[in-house]
Design a protein around this ligand. Structure first.
Ligand SMILES: [Zn+2]
Length: 296
């Protein structure tokens, strides 16, 4: 009996220790930012498993570009933050609908998609940027709907930031093997914006308000090529009605996803598309050229 008791005691102590270890590892990961706080855990884990991207080492990041493109889709606002109000429609809900349609289109082309939010949850800009920066070899597209105090403005526009803070770009320099002091000019955000703007306006015949370089938090803080699209003005009666129509949304989402695919095709053809870089390390040059061939 005493032996059985001792056996049970030792085993339950060991089990308790393992549980304690797991809980503290999880807490540590949260406080160190390895795991962002306040996320829907099932979505984060699903996102990571879906993407097969482990933002761990330089080599892994390179491999992930070769394996398959990853697109981080960000539905603007959510939860307590409704965004713009248009009649009974809230911007946050329309953003999410477009995101889901774009995701569907991209998946059909075997592009991996992860989301900053999939449901109606409140998520800060910093948390969204941190999450996206867990996928340094991805593309980032934030979806919004616009509004104005006047009912007149209408049309589609796309934002990007150039240049981004050099601290933000460290991850990109690493991917391409550019050492400190090496030249690294990244115009991919602008080129991605250009592709999305052109194909979306073409698909919807919306007024083309052009691409704009602006210091928006997300396009500035996300390291990979990052854009923010404003799908149209909910404050304009005619365009607002279109933006709530599912057929129009289908055209819009098709346009956005074709823009993303057009950009990826350029990267496939030339791995340093949109980049001006100096690579003092000849090994890095080889790896990037291999990457160019492998993307296809
Ligand atoms: Zn918005």
């Amino acid at each position: 009996m005493a032996r059985l008791f001792r056996f049970l005691l030792i085993n339950s102590l060991a089990f308790g220790g393992v549980v304690l270890l797991l809980v503290s590892a999880f807490k540590l990961a949260q406080t160190t930012g390895v795991i962002p706080n306040g996320h829907d855990w099932r979505l984060v884990l699903k996102g990571i498993m879906d993407s097969e991207v482990r933002p761990a080492g330089k080599l892994k990041v390179r491999r992930s570009i070769m394996a398959r493109a990853v697109v981080v889709l960000d539905a603007g606002h959510g939860g307590a933050d409704g965004g713009t109000l248009a009649g009974k429609s809230l911007e946050k809900d329309l953003n999410l609908k477009v995101v889901h349609m774009v995701a569907e289109e991209l998946r059909r082309k075997r592009i991996r998609v992860v989301y900053t939010r999939q449901g109606d949850v409140t998520e800060g800009l910093k948390a969204r940027a941190d999450f996206a920066n867990g996928f340094p070899a991805a593309l980032f597209v934030s979806i919004h709907h616009n509004a104005s105090t006047s009912g007149k403005p209408e049309g589609f526009e796309t934002y990007y930031t150039h240049p981004k803070p050099s601290s933000v770009m460290t991850a990109q320099r690493k991917i391409f093997g550019v050492k400190n002091g090496g030249k690294f000019i990244d115009r991919r955000g602008e080129l991605l914006a250009r592709e999305i703007q052109a194909s979306s306006c073409n698909a919807t015949q919306a007024v083309d308000r052009g691409i704009k370089n602006a210091h928006l938090a997300l396009t500035r803080l996300v390291s990979c090529p990052a854009v923010l699209v404003e799908c149209g003005f909910l404050s304009n009666v005619r365009e607002g009605a279109r933006l709530k129509d599912n057929t129009y949304r289908g055209k819009l989402s098709g346009g956005i996803s074709r823009g993303i695919l057009a950009f990826l095709a350029e990267v496939d053809a030339n791995a340093s598309y949109g980049l001006e870089l100096s690579m003092p390390n000849p090994v890095a040059v080889d790896e990037v050229s291999v990457l160019g061939k492998a993307v296809r």
